[in-house]
Design a binder for this molecule. Structure first.
Ligand SMILES: Cc1cc2nc3c(=O)[nH]c(=O)nc-3n(C[C@H](O)[C@H](O)[C@H](O)COP(=O)(O)O)c2cc1C
Length: 369
């Protein structure tokens, strides 16, 4: 199956990339991740000074990761003199060099990094929300390179479409959506202590919790800004998630937190699982998914749940969660009653049924993931 995709002339054998972070923090790590089959590599963000990273700096639950990392803890000289020259010789997939932050940083770094980059990814995490500043950063990079430029959108930017428009007007080719979300925090009640964080005591959150937000950002930017390319990132953990991001408007995707939560081999599992996921949804190539339009039906009249009594285990989850007190389950009589006068048609019962015995409300096939 053809998994290839093209980002501003840069050809990827498949759309899966690592997201910027510790797993792409030097040449050894990058070459390891390449061997897992990804279509391209992004580096840890390089800036004009090495980051002083607080420790501890990474924690994770089952559905999210938290981090107090900043950018690369290695000085730019190490990247320019050692890491990137080795990668130029040995790396076989395209290299997106992640760089941050101010226009002064770009003046200094981009000329030195240009020969190593197939494209630039630019973190805007620490430059504030002023779109004029974003525009100046892009224009400064464009002065020093002909390579594709992808501006990384942080979730705290209030006007993502405006961000993408300014980026494009100043010479960017695309947007990477999104960076981690914050500020957030972690408290240990037993120790009466903030568990970890930077100087401000806060951390960034990422991983599967972030996926709905990331999908919406991808969709907004891809649909509302003509000619912008989007790389989707945020919470991806399965090949099915990749298909969702491609349908939302991404031409490629990145992930990091799921590898931190479940292990680095997730990259291999996702790349190898992509053909089966495409097949399952009736697609024959990544390109076909990218070119597919999404439909949507807005309506205000309720549909009521239909219960498949052959599947129902009478577990009462639907009864317990129904916010309108409209479903009643009678295990002894193997009966489920939907009170259509009370049912609001909200859909929650269908999404929470553990055995997929409810249909007819949410316009979707299969189980809510
Ligand atoms: C430990 C850690 C370090 C990160 N470091 C960077 C970084 O240096 N530059 C950057 O642009 N994003 C960085 N990110 C953000 C990720 O690249 C990514 O945008 C975000 O985590 C959402 O994707 P995910 O849910 O797949 O992790 C980091 C995230 C984590 C968890």
């Amino acid at each position: 199956m053809d998994l290839s995709t093209v980002l501003s002339g840069v050809e990827l054998s498949n759309p899966v990339m690592p997201a910027s972070g510790p797993l792409v923090g030097d040449d050894e790590k990058i070459l390891y991740i390449e061997r897992l089959g990804v279509g391209a590599i992004v580096t840890k963000t390089i800036s004009t000074v090495a980051a002083q990273v607080p420790r501890p700096c990474i924690g994770a639950g089952t559905n999210y990761a938290m981090n107090a990392e900043l950018w690369s803890e290695l000085p730019p000289e190490k990247w320019i003199n050692e890491i990137l020259p080795r990668l130029k010789k040995e790396l076989k997939v395209p290299l997106f060099v992640s760089v941050g932050y101010t226009k002064e940083d770009m003046e200094e770094l981009v000329p030195k990094l240009d020969e190593f980059a197939d494209a630039f990814e630019v973190s805007t995490h620490y430059v504030g929300k002023n779109l004029n500043v974003i525009g100046e950063i892009v224009a400064t990079i464009r002065k020093h390179t002909k390579k594709p430029i992808y501006m990384k959108l942080s979730p705290h930017i209030p006007d993502p479409v405006g961000f993408a428009k300014v980026a494009k007007e100043n010479g960017a080719n695309g947007i990477v959506a999104v960076n981690s979300l914050g500020p957030t925090m972690k408290i240990d009640p037993a120790k009466r202590q903030i568990v970890f964080g930077g100087k401000d005591k806060f951390v960034w959150v990422s991983g599967p919790y972030l996926k709905p937000l990331a999908l919406a950002r991808v969709y907004q930017v891809a649909r509302e800004v003509d000619g912008i390319e989007v790389i989707g990132v945020g919470g991806i953990k399965t090949a099915d998630d990749v298909v969702e991001f491609l349908l939302a408007g991404a031409k490629a995707i990145q992930l990091l937190s799921s590898a931190l939560i479940m292990g680095k081999d997730i990259y291999k599992r996702i790349v190898e699982g992509l053909p089966a996921a495409l097949n399952k949804y009736g697609f024959s190539s990544v390109r076909e998914v990218i070119e597919t339009d999404l439909s949507f039906n807005l309506k205000y009249e309720p549909d009521h749940p239909k219960i498949d009594l052959d599947k129902c285990t009478f577990c009462k989850v639907c009864e317990m969660v129904c916010p309108y007190w409209a479903i009643w389950v009678y295990p002894d009589e193997k009966k489920v009653v939907v009170d259509e006068d009370k049912c609001f048609g909200c859909g929650l019962c269908q999404t929470r049924c553990p055995v997929n015995a409810i249909s007819g409300v949410m316009p979707m096939e299969g189980k809510w993931r």
